[in-house]
Design a protein. Structure first.
Length: 198
């Protein structure tokens, strides 16, 4: 089984990617390579940050395919925020709950009432030996609510209802989310490239 390093220490993301790839790849993440340090994410787009992670990680692990993603939430009523700062919306050391609290606070200041339109966006970048091999994008449209629903998923999932559904990603079974999420859509296209490299 070919090896693939997913350039993250987020166990939830790694589990999601491994589930979507369906056992065709041996997926590891940075927890298996504690000596690897990714360059700081200084980009102002998801693609720029994903490239930084994939390239810096692959330079330190010669010959290994490295997949990186950068993803986040855009809310129209907040001018596209939290955007590329989704993981750090409530501060550099914020956790997912802190970020959801901050998002609910910001939405509560808006004169319009919920639901608030928005989308999850994801860019995935595949690299080896410091060279970008492929870039894909995925998105899922939906709307935000201000009362959390469900404890599944991670990040902003309990506040996001995808278009055409009545429940948040926090309520939805993982298999459903893995079929339609922004990460799933970016990875579905990336799988075609990975198949040529296996």
């Amino acid at each position: 089984m070919p090896a693939l390093l997913f350039a993250t220490s987020n166990a939830h993301k790694t589990e999601e990617v491994a589930a979507i790839l369906g056992g065709e790849w041996q997926v590891q993440d940075l927890r298996a390579h504690p000596g690897v340090t990714l360059d700081e994410e200084t980009g102002d787009t998801f693609e720029a940050n994903a490239i930084i992670k994939a390239v810096s990680g692959s330079r330190q692990l010669p010959g290994l395919l490295v997949l990186a993603d950068d993803s986040g939430l855009e809310v129209d009523a907040l001018g596209g925020d939290p955007g590329v700062r989704s993981a750090r919306y409530a501060g550099e050391k914020a956790n997912a709950q802190d970020n959801r609290v901050k998002l609910k606070q910001e939405l509560s200041k808006i004169p319009e009432k919920a639901p608030f339109t928005g989308r999850f966006l994801c860019c995935m970048v595949l690299a080896r030996d410091g060279v970008v091999l492929h870039i894909t994008h995925g998105r899922v449209q939906g709307h935000l609510i201000t009362q959390e629903q469900g404890e599944g998923g991670f990040g902003y999932d309990p506040l996001f209802i995808p278009e055409g559904f009545e429940d948040t990603f926090g309520v939805m079974p993982a298999e459903w989310k893995n079929d339609m999420s922004h990460r799933a859509r970016a990875l579905a296209t990336m799988k075609e490239k990975l198949a040529t490299l296996a």
